[in-house]
Design a protein. Structure first.
Length: 255
């Protein structure tokens, strides 16, 4: 019963994550509720192992159907991988590091992102990359460094921030932004999986079946996003931002 509950959450998380990111908003809280006796790092590692399965499939599916700008996205992904490891290491290296101090700032940024998306109806409708190849590559690497470190150090909203950055800064439409975000998200998740795996913090008997369900949800989400287009992605993006805002608000103001 416990595993079935976790697998159902993994399927739903894979679906949402494949379209707009934010699957951890669903999957991680369910892990915390279903497995209260487990160590927190093990639950985080299990979440990341399950998530990377769906993220890999989503990135592959989008790459088959959309022209990903690899000249800028691949260097950005490699940078994101490196800085995600650095972010995770920094918590361990500095015992006094407290990622949760970022929560009020992240909450403010998410509210701003939601309002910006909500009141700009044309945002993400047209795919019009605004930079030449060299500048886009540099901007991608800067984005990869910042978002990679953030994901390794804290994490909530990573997929949402990536999506909004590719839409608002790079001039991508929502579908192409989602595809590019999946590649960077895979890189940051890979860094986390290697980190948690090396420290023995993955519950494999949960992570593997959850990963399979996450893949199934990811396949459904990717294909529905391609079928429904930018408006569907935009609507789900706003819904996921609202969920993140509610979750972080509860965590911030209940303390």
């Amino acid at each position: 019963m416990e595993l079935a509950f976790l697998c159902a959450a993994a399927f739903l998380a894979g679906f949402v994550d494949a379209v707009v990111g934010g699957g951890g908003l669903i999957q991680l809280p369910v892990l915390l509720v279903a497995l209260p006796g487990q160590a927190i790092p093990a639950l985080f590692g299990t979440n990341k192992m399950s998530s990377i399965c769906g993220t890999a499939v989503a990135a592959t599916e989008y790459a088959r159907r959309l022209p990903i700008r690899w000249h800028s996205i691949l260097p950005a992904a490699l940078t994101a991988f490196t800085f995600s490891l650095l972010g995770a290491w920094s918590i361990r290296a500095f015992a006094a590091a407290k990622p949760e101090i970022l929560r009020p700032l992240v909450l403010l940024l998410l509210v701003a992102a939601a309002l910006h998306t909500l009141f700009r109806n044309e945002l993400g409708e047209q795919h019009q990359p605004r930079w030449a190849a060299g500048r886009e590559r540099l901007a991608g690497m800067l984005l990869g460094a910042g978002i990679g470190f953030y994901d390794g150090f804290f994490g909530p909203g990573t997929g949402s921030f990536l999506l909004l950055a590719f839409v608002g800064l790079f001039g991508f439409d929502f579908l192409n932004a989602t595809a590019s975000a999946k590649v960077l998200n895979f890189a940051t998740n890979l860094a986390a999986v290697l980190y948690f795996g090396a420290t023995g913090n993955i519950l494999w008997h949960y992570a593997l079946p959850m990963g399979a369900c996450n893949v199934a949800g990811s396949l459904l989400g990717t294909r529905l996003a391609m079928l429904k287009g930018n408006r569907f992605v935009r609507a789900l993006f706003i819904a996921v931002l609202a969920g993140l805002i509610i979750r972080l608000s509860l965590e911030t103001f209940s303390k």
